[in-house]
Structure formats: C-alpha cells, structure tokens
Design a protein around this ligand. Structure first.
Ligand code: FES
Ligand SMILES: [Fe+2]
Length: 378
C-alpha cells in the first residue's frame, strides 16, 4: 500500500465536525457536502478546476487535424492534434467576443475558424486572421491566441487541467499509467468501441462513493457477485489513485469465462473510475463529472483493440453486463441515496472498515472524502 500524504491533520477542524482521519473512528461526510450549492461552487473552483481530468484517448485524435470537444467543470475545452503530431488542449473559446469555437468531434482544415465573426486560429492556437482589424490602434494578434491548457498522457489516456499553475501530472499520478500498461500492454492501440452517457440525479460524489466500495456488491449486484470472487488478489493504494485486482469465478450463459481471469478496478482522483472486466480485452472508463449540486454527467468509454468491438461476443456480453449492472442497479442506488441524504432524516452515518482493508472495507471511500475536505481546506 502506498504512503498516504494527507494533510487533513494540519487543517483546523471547521465544517467537517467529528469527521476523523481514522476510518475506523469516523462518521461519514455530513450530508450538506452533497446538497449545499455553496459547497458545490467551492468544489468547482478549489477542486475540479485544479485537478487532472480524463478527457479521452490518443486514438480519439489519431490523425493530424483531428479534434474533440469536452466540458470540464462547466468549462468548454477542445483537444486538437496539430500537423506536427503534437496533441494540445485549449479553452474552446474565441478571444474576440467569446463564442465557442468547435462542437463535437471531427477533422479540421488548416485552422479553427470562429463561427461568429470568422477569426481564424492555427492548429497551435495562434490567431492568424481577424477580418477588418486594420484600423484598430495597437491591435496585436499575438495577444489573442487561444488559451492553452496543461495536458498529460498516461497509458494512452489524455488528461487536461484547467489550472495553468497545476501540479505536474507525473507528481500527482506517479505509477498510474504503468499500472494500466502492465495489465493491458496494448492499451495505447485500443479504440473506443462504445461511448455511453448517463444523466444521473445525484451529486458527483454520491456516484464516485458507490464505485469506491465493494461492500454493496453481494447485496445490490447479484449477477456481478456470481462472476466476482470477492477475495482481492492485488491491491495498491496511492494518494491520488488505487488499483484492485480481483479474480473471476466462472461466467454465465452468454459470457464465457475461465475461472481466475482478472477483474480489475482503478480509481483516480477526483472522479475517474475504470474497470477491465474478464472475458474480453477491454478498458471501461467512467467519468463522474459534476453537473450541478445534484446532477452528475456520467460518461462511459469502452476501449478495445481496433476491429473487435462489433464482433467480439464476449465484449458485447461484458458491455451488456456493465450497462445492465451500472444503468439499472447503480444508478437506481445513487439516485436513492441522493434523495435519502437530502432528506431531513439523515445527516452522517459510519464508514464500515477493517484494519486489514478487506474487500468490503470502505477505506477508499474514506480516503476519497479526506481528499475532498483537503481540497476545500475544511
Ligand atoms: S467571437 Fe469569435 S470571431 Fe467574434
Ligand atoms: Fe455498484
């Protein structure tokens, strides 16, 4: 297990009340952290606008001039591959009067033309054309380049940070990329076979919380519990990410499995959750993005070797298992929890943990909440 670097001990005990750094002796986060719009706004500025956020995979911008847009913490961003094969990230905002530049994903010409008044930027973000600006006093195009964003890569996954002063990805997430590549050596050659989107009526943390613990699996996911052997074979917990390898039992009709196939879960701060399910070559990436205090924009990208998505019976079974499991069971759970913690009948519960950090322990959940409190400086 990695060394914990938590600083919570050094902060004054403010809003967090009796929340303790000892998971065996701590109530859960007060429910207002899931319902209070002021806390949500503080999360946006203190947390989401300062952390590395997964946005896609290098195969999403395989060709020079390809691009995709995204929204991170309500901020429009665009990722573009230049003619020099460098992948860059920018705020997707024209520097004239602020129109958004691009939508969706696709292929550009030799630059980006704003749909409002046709200011034109090259693929490196420099303003190269601004019609009818000849008579402007002291107008210097070089001062109106697109705002670039820090970008980082790990095992083919692309991460963007909204904070130009951010901690380097390598410092925050050391070992994360190698951990993925070790289990999925060809991950950089994978492509997205499926992209799913769910609008969930729950705070983003409610959805991440649910991913952070396996305590509920035997109760809430009877089908998954049949596939999953609860004993953890490998477990690594770092400050900003964790990795768990379970083993599968046998499959079921439609999903052929060899007993003992790896079932892997990664989790990374703040809201990246990933699975590699047994039975096919896959990486399922879930991003539980905030979309209002009681709304989560859940994005699911299922990556697999190119050409296998349509034909691999087991991949389709894995996708269906995941969609049915996630869509029907977990979404119902987190929406119910959100209604419950918003009620007058609840404030704080208890983390259920053990010192050995067994499969059922809610230790990662507690660690996630410590990071939330640290980010909010509470
Ligand atoms: S806002 Fe883009 S050209 Fe005017
Ligand atoms: Fe679940």
């Amino acid at each position: 297990m990695g060394v914990r670097k938590h600083t919570l001990n050094n902060l004054p005990k403010g809003n967090r009340g009796s929340f303790s750094i000892d998971p065996l002796d701590s109530p859960t986060l007060p429910s207002r952290y899931y319902t209070d719009n002021d806390i949500y706004q503080r999360e946006l500025t203190h947390l989401h606008q300062k952390t590395w956020c997964y946005v896609g995979h290098i195969s999403d911008v395989a060709e020079p001039r390809s691009y995709f847009t995204d929204t991170i913490a309500h901020q429009p961003v665009v990722v573009i591959k230049g003619d020099d094969a460098v992948i860059r990230a920018f705020f997707n905002v024209c520097q004239h009067r602020g129109h958004e530049l691009l939508t969706g994903r696709g292929k550009l010409g030799k630059g980006v033309s704003c749909p409002y008044h046709a200011w034109m930027y090259n693929l490196e973000g420099a303003l190269v054309r601004a019609p009818h600006t000849e008579e402007l006093a002291g107008f210097d195009k070089s001062r109106y380049s697109l705002r670039t964003l820090p970008i980082a890569f790990a095992a083919g996954l692309i991460f963007v940070n909204l904070d130009p002063e951010c901690e380097p990805f390598e410092a925050e997430m050391a070992g994360f990329g190698p951990s993925i590549s070790k289990q999925i050596p060809d991950i950089e050659q994978y492509v997205a076979a499926y992209r799913l989107h769910y609008d969930i009526n729950a705070n983003w943390k409610t959805v991440v919380d649910n991913f952070s613990e396996a305590y509920h699996i035997p109760v809430a996911h009877p089908q998954l519990a049949k596939v999953l052997d609860q004993g953890m074979d490998e477990f690594q917990e770092e400050y900003r990410w964790s990795y768990i390898l379970y083993r599968s039992r046998t499959g079921f009709e439609g999903l052929e499995l060899e007993q003992g196939s790896p079932y892997i879960a990664w989790q990374a701060w703040p809201h990246l959750c990933m699975l590699s399910l047994p039975g096919s070559e896959n990486l399922i990436v879930l991003r539980m993005a905030p979309n209002g205090v009681d709304r989560c924009a859940e994005r699911v990208d299922i990556y697999t070797p190119e050409g296998e998505g349509e034909n691999d019976k087991n991949l389709i079974a894995v996708k269906d298992l995941f969609m049915n499991m996630f869509n029907q069971e977990d979404i119902a759970i987190v929406e119910s929890v959100q209604r419950g913690i918003s009620s007058l009948g609840y404030d704080q519960g208890r983390y259920v943990c053990d010192a050995a950090e067994s499969w059922f322990s809610e230790t990662l959940l507690h660690g996630f909440h410590m990071q939330v409190l640290e980010a909010l400086e509470e």
